[in-house]
Design a protein around this ligand. Structure first.
Ligand code: MN
Length: 706
C-alpha cells in the first residue's frame, strides 16, 4: 500500500504547488473515519481509498481530485458528513465527494434497465465536474482489482457486467486507454473466465514458440526508421486477452486467423515525422489493405490523434502500428486527465469538452437524441437499442425493435391503438428498425386495432404476445361473422330463415360443440352453407344450386365482407388487388377463410372445377371505409427529364399514395413501370388512371391484371 509520504511526494513531483498540508490531513481523516472497517479481502478498508488516490496520481490529477480519492467513501460508509468535509477541505472537495457519493448510492443495481438509469446519472454527475467521473472510474478500477474477494458470484458478475457496459466505454470516451483496457479485461475474466484462459494459454504458447517477437519487431522497426533518419521511440505489446476476444467475435474468426495480436507504437517528435514514418513503413513492409486511418487530420471525438496502419512486419506477422508525436501520445495515454493537469474550471475551458457539453445539452433538451448514445460509443450495448419518448424518457429495447415494439413497451393500449410513428419527428413505417438515440412518437387512434402482419416484424415478446392474443380473438370473431353470413345466404336461397334452434339441431350431425363452433367452422370453410342447410333439412334432397364462375352481378345471396379485417377471415388476392367497387368473387379455402378476387381475375380459372369453393361476396355498400386498398397499375412513361415527376404529381394530385414502384423495363425512349397505389376504391383508381392518361409524358396506363 502507498504510504502517506509516498503519495504526497508523488503529487508534489508533478504539481509542486499542491497543498501538502491538505493531502496529509485528508489521508489521516480518511484513515480515522474508516477506523476498523474491513474490505472483503480482509484488508483494512482504508487501503482502498489510498489505492484510489494512487491510481489518480498515476494520471497526474490535481490535488483536489487526489483528496477526493482519499475521502470518496467517507460520507457513504462512515459518520463523516459533506459539511464536515466542506469545513475541513473546502467547497470544491466537498462537492466532488458529494458527487461520487451520489453515484455510489445508485450503484446497487439489479437489472439492465437500472444500468441505463445509472448511466444517465453518471453522465449528469460528470457533467457537473468531470473529476467526479475520474474518481469514480479509479474507484471502480480498484474494486475490479479486488473483485475476486467478493464471495457472491452473482454480485461479482453484476459488477463485472456494469464495468463492461458502462465504465469501460466511458473510460474510452474520456480517452484513458489503459483504464479502459484493464477494466474490460478484468470484467472479461469474471464474465467469461474460460474464454480468457484459453486466449492467455494460446498467447503463452506463441511466446514460447516464437520467441520474443515483440522485441525483434521493435528493434527492427527502430532500425528501419533510423536508417531513413527518423528518430523514433518504438514500443510494442501484446493486445489484451479481451481485445483479442472482442475482435475474434466481431469478425467471427478463429484465433489462428487473428494474426495481428501485437500492436506497436512509433512516437516521433513532429507531426510531419508521423507521415514520414508512415511512408517508410509502407515502403518497407507489405501493407494490409484498408487498414490505414488518419486520426491526425480527423481526430476522434475524444481528441485522440494518431496514424493507424497494419502491415506484414519483420517476422511476417501481421502487426498494427500507431504513429504519433509525444504530445499526441500524452493525450492518448491520459485522455481528459492530460488537459486537466493543474488546470481548473475545465468545463469553462471549452474546446476539449465540447462532446461533454453537447451530451449535456442533448440530455437537458432531448433536442437531438439521435446523437446521445452514438457519442458515448457504448459498443457493449450492441444487443440493445436505446430510444426516447418525446418527453425524453429512456426506453431500452432489444436490437431490431420497431416502433410497434416501442409502443407496446410503453403500454399495451398504446400498442393496440397504434396507427403510425414519428421517428425523430418524421413519419416512418411501423416496421422501421429503431436506432440508438431515436426519438419515437407513437400516433394512436381509438378505432385502430393491431394488424396481424405486425407479428412478422416485431421482436419483443410483449408485442408479439399482445398481437397474437388480439389476432386470435379477432380471427375467431371474424370467422364467426363470416360463417353467420354464409349460412344466412345459403338458407335464404332455399327460402328459409336461420333460427338458432335449427342450428342447434345440426350440431351433433356436423360434430360441432356449439353454435359458435359451427359458425366458425363455416367461416373457415370446413363446411359450406349448403352443408348446414342439408343437415337441417335432409329431406329437401334437391340438387343444390352452386355458385359458379358464370354468376353475374351482385346477388341478394352475396356475403357482404363488411367489417371484416383483411388478413384474418378475409384476404384480398394479391394477384388482382380487388378494390371496393370491383365485381368480386370469393374463394373459400379450408382453414383460411375467403380470398377475394376480381371477377375477371385469371387465377379464378384454377377453381372452375371446384364450384364448392366459390362464394358470392360483395363490398359493403355505403358505409365509411377508412382503410386504403392497394391497387396496381402498369405505366409506360417517356424517358425524359421531368416525366417521373409529372407521373407522381398526378397521382399525388388525386390523393393516391404510392406504396411501391418498380421499373420493369427501361429503353432509350420509354420506361415501363409497375406502381402500387393505395386508393379508396375502384372509382378513385379510375380517376387516377384518367388523370394520368391526360398527361403527355405518360404513354399508356393500365390497371394490372394478375
Ligand atoms: Mn470506493
Amino acid at each position: 500500500m502507498l504510504r502517506q509520504y509516498e503519495l504526497v511526494e508523488r503529487v508534489k513531483s508533478y504539481d509542486p504547488a499542491a497543498d501538502e498540508d491538505a493531502l496529509n490531513r485528508a489521508y489521516v481523516f480518511s484513515m480515522k473515519a474508516h477506523g476498523a472497517q474491513k474490505r472483503a479481502s480482509g484488508d483494512p478498508y482504508f487501503f482502498h481509498p489510498v489505492e484510489v488516490a494512487g491510481i489518480l496520481s498515476d494520471k497526474k490529477l490535481d490535488c483536489d481530485s487526489i483528496i477526493t480519492g482519499l475521502l470518496h467513501d467517507t460520507v457513504e460508509d462512515t459518520v463523516a458528513t459533506v459539511e464536515d468535509i466542506q469545513s475541513l477541505f473546502g467547497i470544491d472537495v466537498a462537492r466532488l465527494v458529494d458527487g461520487v457519493t451520489k453515484l455510489s448510492q445508485i450503484e446497487t443495481l439489479s437489472d439492465r434497465a437500472k444500468q441505463a438509469e445509472n448511466f444517465r446519472k453518471l453522465l449528469l454527475a460528470m457533467s457537473e465536474d468531470i473529476r467526479v467521473l475520474l474518481v469514480k472510474q479509479a474507484d471502480r478500477l480498484h474494486n475490479m482489482r479486488t473483485l475476486e474477494f467478493i464471495r457472491s458470484a452473482e454480485k461479482r458478475s453484476l459488477i463485472a457486467r456494469e464495468t463492461m457496459d458502462i465504465y469501460a466505454p466511458l473510460a474510452e470516451r474520456i480517452g484513458i486507454r489503459d483504464w479502459k483496457e484493464e477494466l474490460e479485461d478484468r470484467a472479461f475474466a469474471e464474465l467469461n473466465a474460460d474464454a480468457r484462459k484459453s486466449i492467455v494459454k494460446r498467447l503463452q504458447f506463441l511466446r514460447e514458440n516464437g520467441g520474443d517477437i515483440v522485441g525483434k519487431v521493435t528493434s527492427e522497426l527502430t532500425q528501419t526508421l533510423a536508417d531513413k533518419g527518423i528518430e523514433a521511440v518504438v514500443t510494442g505489446r501484446e493486445k489484451s486477452p479481451y481485445s483479442i476476444w472482442h475482435k475474434m467475435r466481431r469478425k467471427n474468426i478463429g484465433f489462428e486467423q487473428l494474426s495481428d495480436i501485437m500492436a506497436f507504437r512509433v512516437v516521433v517528435p513532429q507531426v510531419q515525422d508521423c507521415y514520414r514514418a508512415l511512408g517508410v513503413i509502407h515502403g518497407h513492409y507489405r501493407v494490409v489493405p484498408g487498414r490505414f486511418k488518419d486520426y491526425i487530420s480527423i481526430p476522434k471525438p475524444n481528441d485522440y490523434r494518431s496514424l493507424h496502419t497494419s502491415a506484414y512486419g519483420p517476422e511476417k506477422q501481421r502487426i498494427e502500428i500507431q504513429i504519433r508525436t509525444h504530445e499526441m501520445h500524452e493525450v492518448a495515454e491520459l485522455g481528459v486527465a492530460a488537459h486537466w493537469q493543474f488546470k481548473h474550471n475545465l468545463l469553462t475551458d471549452g474546446r476539449q469538452y465540447r462532446w461533454l457539453r453537447e451530451l449535456l445539452e442533448i440530455m437537458e433538451h432531448a433536442e437531438a437524441p439521435e446523437e446521445f448514445l452514438e457519442h458515448t460509443k457504448l459498443e457493449m450495448f450492441s444487443d440493445q437499442v436505446f430510444c426516447f419518448s418525446p418527453r425524453g424518457d429512456l426506453m431500452e429495447l432489444p436490437l431490431g425493435a420497431t416502433p410497434v415494439d416501442f409502443a407496446y413497451a410503453v403500454h399495451t393500449e398504446i400498442g393496440d391503438s397504434c396507427v403510425g410513428a414519428k421517428i425523430n419527428r418524421r413519419e416512418a413505417p411501423l416496421r422501421t428498425k429503431l436506432k440508438n438515440g431515436d426519438q419515437i412518437e407513437i400516433l394512436t387512434s381509438a378505432d385502430q386495432s393491431p394488424s396481424p402482419n405486425w407479428e412478422s416484424f416485431v421482436v419483443t415478446g410483449k408485442a408479439r404476445a399482445c398481437i397474437r392474443r388480439f389476432v386470435r380473438s379477432q380471427t375467431r370473431e371474424q370467422y364467426n361473422r363470416l360463417g353467420q353470413e354464409i349460412i344466412e345466404k345459403a338458407f335464404r336461397r332455399e327460402g328459409r330463415k336461420v333460427v338458432k334452434k335449427t342450428l342447434t339441431s345440426v350440431l351433433v350431425k356436423l360434430t360441432c360443440r356449439s353454435v359458435d363452433d359451427l359458425l366458425v367452422a363455416v367461416g373457415q370453410g370446413r363446411f359450406t352453407g349448403e352443408d348446414v342447410f342439408a343437415a337441417a333439412y335432409p329431406r329437401t334432397g334437391r340438387k343444390r344450386q352452386r355458385l359458379a364462375p358464370s354468376v353475374k352481378g351482385i346477388s341478394e345471396y352475396a356475403v357482404p365482407i363488411r367489417g371484416l379485417i383483411p388478413g384474418m377471415a378475409v384476404h384480398l388476392a394479391a394477384c388482382c388487388h380487388p378494390l371496393p367497387g370491383d365485381q368480386i368473387v370469393g374463394i373459400v379455402s379450408i382453414g383460411k377463410g375467403i380470398t377475394v378476387h376480381t371477377r375477371d381475375c385469371e387465377t379464378l380459372s384454377n377453381f372452375i372445377e371446384m364450384p364448392e369453393q366459390w362464394v358470392d361476396v360483395q363490398w359493403e355498400v355505403g358505409a365509411e371505409d377508412i382503410s386504403k386498398h392497394v391497387s396496381r397499375i402498369n405505366v409506360v412513361l417517356a424517358n425524359r427529364p421531368g416525366s417521373l415527376a409529372a407521373l407522381t404529381a398526378v397521382i399525388g394530385q388525386y390523393e393516391g399514395n404510392i406504396s411501391n414502384l418498380k421499373i420493369n423495363d427501361r429503353s432509350e425512349d420509354f420506361f415501363e413501370m409497375q406502381i402500387d397505389i393505395q386508393v379508396n376504391d375502384v372509382q378513385h383508381l379510375t380517376n387516377i388512371i384518367a388523370g394520368l392518361r391526360v398527361d403527355s409524358a405518360i404513354a399508356s396506363v393500365e390497371r394490372a391484371q394478375s
